[in-house]
Ligand binder design. Structure first.
Ligand SMILES: Nc1ncnc2c1ncn2[C@@H]1O[C@H](COP(=O)(O)OP(=O)(O)O)[C@@H](O)[C@H]1O
Ligand SMILES: [Mg+2]
Length: 269
């Protein structure tokens, strides 16, 4: 695994390009409960964008809006310059068909807190599944690629293991390899290490660090402040459905400006 790679600050981040994610006044309610109350933010291409905040602040909901697992109620959300879930013609919006949404979702990898591997498939089969079933990649080619990806996440020797024969950290690395098999342009991580025993967290973070170094654009909901500080290019603190504070992770974490950020950090740091 890569260990510690020195970060050349923001060198991967492509400033000039169209943002990978752009949120403008994003609102989301479940029934009468407004969970996102106008989120504005921008994730640049190549950026590692960390999202922190207390439980219930809307972090997961926002991630789910990015890949249109949730529909927003107001505002605009763009991925790589395209509206999520809609096509714009003049000043009117037309909702995309499910098949069109599914096609776009292929470009976005998502890794959840729980590993969500198929229990009846080996690590290798888990990683091969989507390219074969969804993209129609040939089995031999998908298998070679899956082996290379398992190698990349440090699990070359576990290809034949079933999820039940892997530790939580290993399962989570398989989940990352599985997402990468679809060649996403954006990776979303929702507390990928929260369910892991402490001694297994490091290996998963190393894989994520390696992925960041390779130039992948990543939105990471995390409680790992060390990771956010060392690997993150930007950090947003969310509370109660709004962005309270954002900036360079080192600045926000060492010198928070808002009381709510201070209160949160004093509990987690
Ligand atoms: N499908 C849903 N239906 C109703 N309420 C939901 C749903 N998903 C999330 N919520 C509510 O939205 C709020 C934000 O949740 P969530 O986005 O999971 O926060 P976080 O990830 O920051 O902990 C919570 O109050 C949660 O109960
Ligand atoms: Mg959550």
């Amino acid at each position: 695994m890569t260990g510690k790679l020195a970060r050349t600050d923001g060198a991967r981040v492509r400033d000039s390009a169209v943002p990978m994610v752009k949120a403008e006044g994003v609102h989301k309610s479940f029934g009468a409960v407004e969970v996102l109350k106008g989120i504005d933010l921008e994730v640049k291409q190549g950026e590692v964008f960390c999202l922190i905040g207390p439980s219930g602040s809307g972090k997961s909901t926002f991630l789910r809006c990015i890949n249109h697992l949730e529909k927003i109620n107001a505002g605009r959300l763009y991925v790589d310059g395209e509206l999520v879930g809609y096509r714009q013609k003049g000043d009117r919006l037309y909702e995309l068909k499910d098949s069109e949404v599914a096609l776009k979702r292929r470009d976005i990898g998502m890794v959840f807190q729980r590993f969500n591997l198929f229990p009846h498939m080996t690590a290798l089969e888990n990683v091969m599944e989507a390219p074969v079933q969804v993209k129609g990649v040939g089995k031999a080619q998908a298998r070679d690629r899956a082996r290379a990806l398992l190698e990349r996440v440090g699990l070359g020797d576990k290809a034949g293991n079933y999820p039940s024969q892997l530790s939580g950290g290993q399962q989570q690395r398989v989940a990352i390899a599985r997402a990468l098999a679809m060649d996403p342009k954006l990776m979303l991580f929702d507390e990928p290490t929260s369910a892991l025993d402490p001694e297994l967290v490091g290996d998963v973070l190393d894989v994520m660090r390696d992925l960041a170094e390779s130039g992948m654009t990543m939105v990471v909901v995390t409680h790992e402040m060390g990771f956010a500080r060392e690997v993150g290019d930007s950090l947003v603190f969310m509370d109660d459905g709004v962005v309270v504070e954002s900036g360079n992770p080192r600045d926000v974490l060492t010198d928070p400006q808002h009381d709510r950020t201070k209160a949160f950090l004093s509990k987690v740091l």
